[in-house]
Design a protein around this ligand. Structure first.
Ligand code: NAI
Length: 468
């Protein structure tokens, strides 16, 4: 009997789509080329990076933060092998968790490369070369993304000296020096991991700011705090060559102001210059599935490609390359396939950078509001004025709320601070319900919590904060 849905790829988009489809009574199969489920996120992305970010944060805290709290410990020693073992155990627990959920929901899983033969046939080629074909009423492409590299130059990744995020999650020893190309999310998170573990980290960025898509004020403060921790930045610098050298690797870059070329060497170079949609070997050209000029699978507002019965979700289609965006799309497409309405609010996708302090954002930035000519009010509140933050010695950063000048509806929330990634969700829910800064400011918040800073920023937007 043919499947109602065959999902190609088992990352957060693909496995969530398969689970929701099965929950809604559809006969579902998943095809995965990796040996484990969970895609980039669980195997070589979000989850392992968070394991290393947490472990390295605790290490840095034990090194530099305990004394001020009155805790005397001898200098902590790093056991990188054990830290990597912790990371692997977290990966295993999560990937096995997906396997369990697929089985629990009676989803058939197939190991191998999926190739779409027609709008109702998918061929699977297993590692040993054996092939089989699945019949499907609907096919969902959830193949994710791969490392983009540096536009215009050939980078010889060996994942030991010249590394992508994959290699940077598995270095066997702490390098003395790391050059990070790209001050985006990966560069910021993994640069900080290796800095905390003892490497000298320099970041080279093409734009004139770190975290290019974030609110400018947040980016500026974030960079300052990273510099205070010891990471150095070269902004407005375009990397034009990366190659192995005697020391490790040499990076050549041109400063955009002055057109001057410079070269630096480091033990390890991390290339974190973005990702690109992964569609290789899927047979899309043969069956006529349209891609846009940047290689993304083209879809309409219901995630339908131009070939009937074939859908696409996650990093392989437009929108931010975020696991939670993919997951939402996966669930929605399953609902559409089961005959339900499917809707996603692309304006309410929070994004978080898991550094310390964290950076979290939802909705529009000040720059975007200015460019769109929308009148807005700003309310800010610093963590230095929050009692709980002081008690925990996490006073870096601030909350910033942007609301419509005419209606007070909240249009954006931006937080730089400890646990910002958790706090952003109250702003997200508020915005999803069309709430105003007054709604947020008049909502009772437990004391003492760092979330009170969010309320105070909302108070500052429509009236005045109490504690400032
Ligand atoms: P990114 O797009 O965040 O940052 C790449 C940076 O590299 C940009 O600032 C760009 O200007 C710079 N760049 C590009 N070419 C350059 C050159 N030749 N010289 C100097 N700088 C150059 O990409 P990133 O950090 O690689 O992350 C990839 C994707 O993965 C992103 O979409 C990101 O959202 C996602 N991701 C999300 C995470 C999270 O949500 N916490 C964690 C890790 C990745």
């Amino acid at each position: 009997m043919p499947y109602d849905v065959v999902v190609i790829g088992s990352g957060p988009g693909g496995y969530a789509c398969a689970i929701k489809a099965a929950q809604l009574g559809l006969k579902t199969a998943v095809i995965e080329k990796r040996r484990t489920f969970g895609g980039t996120c669980l195997n070589i992305g979000c989850i392992p990076s968070k394991a290393l970010l947490y472990a390295s944060e605790v290490y840095a805290e034990a090194n530099y933060g305990f004394d001020a709290l009155g805790i005397k410990v001898s200098k902590p020693k790093l056991n990188l092998t054990k830290m990597m073992r912790h990371k692997q155990s977290v990966i295993d627990a999560n990937t096995n968790g997906v396997l369990f959920l697929l089985k629990k929901n009676k989803i058939d899983s197939f190991a191998g490369m999926g190739k779409i033969l027609t709008s109702s046939k998918v061929e699977i080629t297993a590692e040993d070369g054996s092939r089989q074909v699945l019949e499907a009423a609907n096919i969902v492409i959830a193949t994710g993304s791969g490392v983009a590299g540096i536009s215009g130059i050939e980078v010889a990744f060996d994942e030991k000296v010249i590394v992508s995020s994959t290699g940077a999650l598995s270095l066997e020893q702490v390098p003395k020096s790391v050059v990070v190309v790209g001050a985006g999310v990966i560069g910021s998170e993994l640069g900080l991991v290796w800095h905390r573990l003892g490497a000298k980290v320099q970041v080279i960025e093409f734009l004139d700011k770190a975290l290019g898509t974030m609110d400018g004020e947040l980016s500026k403060h974030f960079q300052r705090l990273m510099e205070k921790q010891g990471i150095s930045y070269k902004l407005g610098a375009k990397v034009t060559d990366v190659r192995k050298s005697k020391k490790g690797a040499a990076v050549t870059f041109e400063l955009l102001k002055g057109n001057k070329a410079e070269k630096i060497e480091a033990d390890v170079v991390l290339i974190a210059t973005g990702r690109r949609p992964y569609t290789e070997g899927l047979g899309l050209q043969e069956i006529g599935v349209a891609l846009d000029e940047r290689g993304y699978v083209e879809i309409d507002n219901h995630w339908r490609t131009n070939v009937a019965g074939i859908y696409a979700i996650g990093d392989v289609v437009k929108g931010p390359m975020l696991a939670h965006k993919a997951e939402n799309e996966g669930v929605i497409v399953a609902e559409i396939l089961a005959g339900q309405a499917g809707h996603m609010n692309f304006d309410m996708i929070p994004s978080v950078v898991y550094t310390q302090p964290e950076v979290a954002s939802v909705g529009r930035t000040e720059e975007e509001l200015k460019a769109a000519g929308i009148g807005y009010k700003v309310g800010k509140f610093p963590f230095t004025a929050n009692g709980r933050a002081r008690a925990m010695m996490h006073t870096d950063g601030f909350v910033k709320i942007l609301a419509c000048a005419k209606t007070d509806r909240v249009l954006g929330g931006h937080i730089l601070g400890f646990s910002a990634g958790e706090m952003i969700h109250e702003v997200t829910v508020l915005m999803e319900f069309g709430g105003s800064s007054e709604d947020l400011g008049r909502t009772c918040h437990a004391h003492p919590t760092i979330s009170e800073a969010v309320r105070e920023a909302a108070l500052a937007t429509f009236s005045k904060p109490i504690h400032l």
